[in-house]
Design a protein around this ligand. Structure first.
Ligand SMILES: [Zn+2]
Length: 391
């Protein structure tokens, strides 16, 4: 089989498109596939669908396609323009790529799959694309989801930030907590990052927001208060984020104590990091004995751990009044622990307590432990309309 025939099959090109030539470069490990249409072909106006003959071509363009045998593969073609009697000179749409994309649809689909499984940085390595390209792919997927969705009211939102690269680069995610879908991805984690989402909503949609789960992060708080009617009462600093701060505090106590002990040649806390982060009931069976022995030593880390475990109980109460009583005891204990990282987190929670306890009004939490993954999955499944462009 000729390589042009092979690629015609692989690409499954509809008429009048065909593979014109294939070039293999083993040094560069790349394959370049030239596409062309049959002479005298006619194309549809992208506006009205009316057929018209080719008027001229725009200069050749390239699209990154799926790798073949580890070789990076590009498609190349000149896109025809037609002269529509109603719409004038128009560039036609091509079956292998979405308008404006530098990637084929097959590549975009694969890239979203990879983005599901890895973070953006990892994806850039696996896909051999730049950070900007990965980011752009994700944004486009979200934008398509946006366009396809009806303007419905989303009652319970989760706002979260996600670090997307090693050097403190963040994105803001807005999720529909009831459906588990990503509604919005914004650059950075500033007030403007979230403002842009709220600004995209109608007055009715903003009024329909009943609760917003988030971390104790001032820019998100300010944005929600500014845009959501009665926003202050609707913010819930959710369990997941509060506990994350507490886990960090436990880990800081462990690090400090480990350093002190090591200076005296004591390796008691070596390789125990994760033991202290588990919740009591999730501690692996095989570590139980070791952990019980550590607990018996009355370490500072053990005290921080016990305070952390007690904080978890806050959300187990059925009534706000009971939770508040538990809180008062806990706060006294934590602030008298003489463990600076623990004291710091206790004060942080105290400063935000009203909106921690709104949990008992709304009972929502950000299921962020599942990560971006399940949510991007939903984006991927959102059809963008009819035709070939469903990613
Ligand atoms: Zn037309």
């Amino acid at each position: 089989m000729l390589d042009t025939q092979l690629f015609t099959r692989l690409l499954d090109l509809p008429r009048p498109w065909r593979v014109d030539h294939v070039a293999l470069d083993t040094d560069q490990q790349r394959i370049d596939v030239g596409l062309a249409h049959r002479p005298n072909a006619s194309f549809r106006c992208p506006e009205c669908g009316r057929r018209a003959p080719v008027y001229d071509h725009v200069p050749a363009r390239s699209w990154r396609h799926l790798d073949h045998g580890g070789f990076r593969t590009w498609l190349h073609a000149q896109i025809p323009r037609i002269a529509c009697p109603d719409h004038g000179i128009r560039r036609v749409s091509v079956p292998w790529a979405l308008p404006g994309s530098r990637f084929t649809i097959a590549f975009e689909r694969h890239a979203i799959d990879v983005l599901l499984e890895a973070d953006i940085l990892g994806s850039t390595r696996l896909l051999r694309i730049s950070w900007d390209q990965a980011w752009n792919l994700m944004e486009r997927a979200v934008a398509r989801g946006f366009r396809a969705k009806k303007r419905r009211v989303i009652a319970r939102l989760g706002v979260d930030e996600k670090a997307v690269a090693k050097r403190h680069r963040y994105v803001t995610l807005v999720c529909d907590l009831d459906r588990g879908t990503v509604e919005y991805i914004g650059d950075d984690r500033k007030q403007a990052s979230l403002d842009a989402y709220y600004q995209s909503l109608s007055k009715k949609q903003r009024a329909g927001i009943e609760a917003v789960a988030m971390d104790m992060w001032e820019p998100f708080i300010a944005s929600t208060v500014a845009y959501v009617p009665d926003g202050r009462a609707k913010i819930v600093f959710d369990r997941f984020h509060v506990m994350k701060h507490m886990l960090d505090a436990v880990d800081q106590v462990r690090k400090g104590e480990h350093r002190q002990l090591q200076a005296q040649g004591d390796e008691t806390l070596k390789r125990t990091k994760y033991l202290w982060l588990y919740s009591r009931e999730n501690l692996p069976e095989k570590s139980r004995e070791k952990f019980a022995a550590l607990r018996a030593l009355h370490l500072k880390t053990g005290r921080a751990w016990a305070i952390k475990e007690s904080l978890r109980d806050l959300w187990e109460y059925r009534r706000k009044g009971w939770a508040l009583r538990h809180w008062r005891h806990w706060y006294f204990w934590a602030t008298h622990s003489r463990l600076p990282p623990v004291v710091k987190v206790a004060r942080m929670i105290r400063d935000h307590l009203d909106n921690v306890l709104t949990y008992f009004d709304h009972r929502i939490t950000n299921a962020t432990s599942e990560g971006l993954n399940s949510k991007i999955q939903t984006i991927k499944k959102t059809p963008m309309g009819s035709g070939i462009g469903v990613i």
